[in-house]
Design a binder for this molecule. Structure first.
Ligand code: NAD
Length: 259
């Protein structure tokens, strides 16, 4: 029996087979969890998400469209979950967005207001928005996880405005943990090392970031999506019952190095 047996939750962010959310869903399934999914609105996005879910064994997933930029769509998703299920136990927030024209070395100082606002809205605010709708459904307590990156605390060339958004996401993790702890809801983040996904490829100089991890991290290799999936499943499970408000690095140890 897996350590997520009997637990049900929402996973937001499965875009394709390479998505970190797909790896998380795979770990959760293996450990016995029941996962509910969303996809970006549109037929093409739905098709890709279904294909990714099928590749990890979800042939008839619970799946609804949701653009996290829309409060109405977030409301509709969680209202539908509340109407169809008695409760949920976990939430996975695995989404981010920034205009890739501003994810290039030497392209931070000129960041336009609209690029900054959208990056912080989609990549950070939406965690608060989803937590606010998910918490009332966590009647037995619960656990939430989002995905962040080292560029929140150190200046990483090319990560730019996304680093600022991730700093907001990590601070939001701590404030959510502070408020939701009274309801026995834990809120954490996983700081993943670089993984080749659609979003990651938008970051200018991503290959150099991967090479740098091999050269400088204690493990001298990059991490896999599966390793992020397993650590996330741990944080979503009762095995991590004493942990909240934390950022857990899954990065081959890269972040401890003084370089
Ligand atoms: P990905 O492109 O597979 O996933 C990004 C997801 O964000 C997609 O599912 C996309 O549909 C979703 N998204 C974007 N805008 C949205 C919106 N308005 N509404 C709903 N969904 C929206 O890439 P990924 O690398 O798997 O990214 C997942 C998370 O992991 C992100 O938060 C990312 O910053 C984080 N992360 C990635 C890496 C990496 O190297 N890949 C490292 C650390 C953290």
């Amino acid at each position: 029996m897996g350590f997520m047996q009997g637990l049900r939750g929402v996973v937001v962010g499965v875009a394709n087979e390479h998505s970190i959310a797909t790896s998380i869903a795979e770990s959760l399934k293996r450990e016995g969890a029941e996962c509910l999914f969303t996809h970006l609105p549109g037929e093409k996005s739905e098709r890709r998400t279904r294909k990714a879910l099928e590749s990890i064994g979800y042939s008839t997933p619970w799946l609804v469209p949701m653009d996290a930029a829309s409060d109405e769509q977030i409301d509709a998703t969680f209202a539908k979950i509340g109407a169809e299920f008695s409760s949920i136990d976990f939430l996975v927030h695995c989404i981010a967005f920034a205009d890739k024209d501003w994810l290039k070395p030497e392209r931070f100082t000129g960041t336009p207001r609209s690029v900054f606002t959208t990056a912080c809205d989609i990549s950070a605010y939406t965690y608060i928005a989803m937590a606010n709708r998910a918490a009332p459904l966590m009647t037995r307590g619960g656990s939430m996880v989002s995905l962040t990156y080292y560029g929140s605390e150190k200046a990483v060339p090319g990560y730019n405005v996304m680093g600022v958004a991730k700093a907001a996401l990590e601070a939001s993790t701590r404030y959510l943990a502070m408020e939701l702890g009274a309801k026995n809801i834990r809120v954490n983040a996983v700081s993943a090392g670089p993984v080749r996904t659609m979003s990651a490829m938008a970051v200018g100089g991503f290959s150099e970031i991967l090479d740098w991890v091999v050269k400088k991290s204690p493990l001298h290799r990059n991490i896999s999506g599966a390793e992020v999936g397993n650590a996330s499943a741990f944080l979503l499970s009762p095995l991590s019952s004493g942990i909240t408000g934390q950022v857990l690095f899954v990065d081959s140890g890269f972040a401890i190095m003084g370089l």
